[in-house]
Design a protein around this ligand. Sequence first.
Ligand SMILES: CCCCCCCCCCCCC/C=C/C(=O)SCCNC(=O)CCNC(=O)[C@H](O)C(C)(C)COP(=O)(O)OP(=O)(O)OC[C@H]1O[C@@H](n2cnc3c(N)ncnc32)[C@H](O)[C@@H]1OP(=O)(O)O
Length: 718
Amino acid sequence: MAFYSRVSGSVGMITLQNPPVNALSAAVRQGIVDAMHRALSEPEVKSVVICGQNGKFCGGADIGEFGAKMTGPPLVPMVHLIEAASKPVVAAIEGIALGGGLELALSCHYRIAHSKARLGFPEVALGLLPGAGGTQRLPRLIGVPASLDLITTGRQVTAAEARQLGIVDEVTDLNAVDAAVKFAQSVADKSLDARRISTYPCPRPPDLDTIFERAMQQVRRSARGAIAPGTCVQAVHAAVTLPYAKGMERERELFSVLFNSGQARALQYYFFAQRAVSRWSTASGARWDTSKPRPVHKAAVIGLGTMGRGITVSLAQAGFSVVAVETQEKQLSEAKQAVSGMLERGAKRRGVPLAHDKIKYSCSVQAVADVDLVIEAVFEDMALKKTIFQQLSAICKPGALLCTNTSGLDIDELASQTQSPELVVGMHFFAPAHVMQLLEVVYGPRSSPEAVATAMQMGKKMGKVSVAVGNCRGFVGNRMLKLYLEQAFFLLEEGATPEQVDQVLEEFGFPMGVFKVSDLSGLDIGWKVRKADGLVSPAFTGTSARIRGGSRYSPLGDLLCEQGRFGQKTGKGWYQYDKPGGRVAKPDPWLFGFLEDYRAQHGLVARRIDHQEVLERCLYPLINEGFQILQDGIAAGPEDIDVIYVLGYGWPRHRGGPMFYASQVGLDKVVERLEHYQQIHPDVPGLQPCRLLRKLAAISNPAIHKWREVIQKPRSQL
Ligand SMILES: CCCCCCCCCCCCC/C=C/C(=O)SCCNC(=O)CCNC(=O)[C@H](O)C(C)(C)COP(=O)(O)OP(=O)(O)OC[C@H]1O[C@@H](n2cnc3c(N)ncnc32)[C@H](O)[C@@H]1OP(=O)(O)O
């Protein structure tokens, strides 16, 4: 709701009250409209201040209402009522003015902001545009280029930048509501003729066409198939080319297209999913609201390779004291230099003080004796990790949490090397660890709720989105990835090329196709894992070359590694590069010959594979594995999987994540296509729909937020 009061006799005060962010729900909009009418009708009231309760002006339209039938007064007439008011209206912006919140502020005649406030139009991240006049008022106020920047990127600005751009009239370090009241009194008698932004002419820079062309090119490059950024450009274009009323009609038309799109649904689902994962639960019933994290002041990182360096930087930037350990002097000194460089670049970019003094480097594991938490980040070698966990268990103080950054090894096996297995959890970072936002927190059967809560909170403090997942080979992300990679290899065997597969996946919205990613991260990584798993051996020849464990296996990746083709680092992999370390992937005629020879050797006849098959073969087995993961209780809900895939694996956000995508395709369709491919390729693993997927498909494709009800029924019923 919105609360009306009178301040200093002559100022009508409208306070938005809808915790936690004062979103413009139907009740709030109704409250504002009622309060405006009251303020306008009271003769003693000479001016009006609009503010938000609890130091937050307004977080925008209530996103939760978008899925339901809209009730209450609409936003557009509400902002028109405010702008048309005959008494000056001043917005007192504390905390945030985002989306519809900023549109509300732009409809006021004046804006006073607290210095710590942030303002912006984040609608584009929800698949929308600022549809309550934002695309028409902002360009009239601050010009086209700056408006395009803010509206198409969703970038939030500080109060200082907002002042510089001309969005706010004054910035104060003091109480912004008090300042706004004073200001409102001072302008009570002033004419409002020059204060209604909708009446301003929109500035028309001489190079207007070039500005819009460039903006369109820029959004096409970065949007990866998302439609909202380009539509935002079109809406701003209307502000320059049409009179205000017509521009508003165009804004509404474009908003309507976006509002009704699957992309907007996916992005809004994702918005809530990213918040839902913090309310974690484990298969054994531990929960976020009943588990207390331990205090962590000092942490250690063991192993300063690429991952260890990134984790060290992330910890130091988050304010933790860090002991960084690398047993070889030379590697330690190289790591120190690299970490310093990363910290310097980070400090410069973020405008924060350097965090060098937070880190102590050591060659000795003994240096971790007094830390509260250790993150082991050595090679993916179980024997080595076991030795380290035995050492840590003996050296660390009682109660210290022992974490491993493994990307898929058994947490429980490591826990069994220690005296306190309940204090062992996985903290699976993604490379580069100081940049990537995702953290998989992996609990084993013996991890205590307190240990999980501590790792989840650490991730949050490091600015990551932490997702709690159970212990299994590859956890959630890499377990699903295995199916995706396997299918891509099988497609090559059957006649596809890396370029064809990658193109389909990039058109779907991945920043890079599977083969380009493989070249970037190094083919040797997977090769090492497969060797350790006993999948690579000269013994597998002749008819057994393409069979492992009774299922079809593609040795293509292994064969490339045997040729020294590890990807970008060697200048050759699935593609060729101009030099080792080169970045630009070019098709490699050698690879085409190699694939032809391989097919001939194994009696395979290349066939034409269409776009749809590439997409379905790559994505549906991955999705099916996601359902298996839910069925096994490794992830608590589809949101966990979707957040992991969007933040860790480049799944296009505007498609919501693999589980949401499946819900949009239709679970019955996913089952039907998997069965179709399974019939054709009965020996190919991953094509058999799992029980949970079949069960959900059979109960007429329930909405994704209903899946948990089915999953949470006793697992034996599945
Ligand atoms: C024409 C055809 C169709 C007609 C249909 C009619 C529609 C007419 C509409 C008219 C046009 C509308 C145009 C305006 C659109 C908008 O305003 S869209 C919303 C824009 N705002 C945002 O995107 C802000 C989103 N929120 C945030 O970025 C952050 O939450 C925050 C505000 C910066 C606060 O961050 P933090 O402190 O880290 O807290 P969080 O954990 O993120 O959030 C706390 C809880 O608040 C919930 N929440 C936040 N914002 C909103 C919101 N706008 N609506 C609803 N709920 C919100 C968030 O989900 C958290 O709750 P829990 O999920 O329960 O944890």
